[in-house]
Design a protein around this ligand. Sequence first.
Ligand SMILES: *Cc1c(COP(=O)(O)O)cnc(C)c1O
Length: 303
Amino acid sequence: MSMWNTPIQLIEEDKNRIYIKRDDLIPISFGGNKARKAVNFYREIDEGGYDCVVAYGSSSSNHCRIISNMAAMRGLPCYIIAPQEASEKTFNSEMMELFGAEITVVPVDAVHDTIEDKLEQLRCEGKKPYFIPGGGHGNLGTAAYIDCYNEIRMQEDEMGMHFDYIFFASGTGTTQAGLVCGQLLTGDDREIIGISIARKNPRGRNVVLDSIREYLGDRSDIDDKTIFIDGYTGAGYGKENVEIEQTIKDMLINHGIPMDSTYTAKAYTGMQKYVEKQGIENKNILFIHTGGTPLFFDDLWKM
Ligand SMILES: *Cc1c(COP(=O)(O)O)cnc(C)c1O
């Protein structure tokens, strides 16, 4: 359980009632789902007496920004292995430098070996490194979103209502895996729908299924509850991008909420289209804002 519950706010009462859960307001390093996950990883780091951290992610990675911030808070050295293919300067990469992370940029196919070499080198120096998988993948990340699911249930009780749908941006799938595990463990009736921001089916969904099975073991009800929509991943510079940019402007102007084009605004736009296409009406819909505020500023620069 976390020490904070993120607020849920009503955004729109039209065909449906749309609410947003503000995980972007988690009070650690600009928040977001990577902050929720990072808390679990750092609990293990603190309790296990690890003395340095190795992480993987691109220069725009929210995950690496938070991991390097939390390492700096503890005075722990942080080593980030970053793929050359995504190494442009961003607000996140600037912050990683500010936090003193040592960033090694290598071609994407050399990432795996570079991580292994780094861990080996640190162990040879007598260090006790902790490796955090990309995006906070794994059971600790999944557990963070089981906690989030239970937090939502508690908030439903307080608000005296029930969310028929939960939507969010799905990437490496840990956020979705945690939410689905939460639902399976409680037996709640609702639809949990991950809007893919990049991966296509079947691979994208299979990664979510693997994470769920890794946590819960195999169960016959997992398949049914895992809904991974890949129709709104965006296709470069087309009409979809104009719509995503419009969502960013609308959200900021009308609600004061920052969203970004890679994750939250893309998923929110996808959700709107999905709801329309499926003819969903008169329902309570919760969208989880998974963070990425520094990416909003990268987008703002280009808008
Ligand atoms: C990483 C990220 C996601 C995707 O989360 P996964 O658990 O990898 O599916 C969504 N939104 C933001 C802002 C992120 O940084």
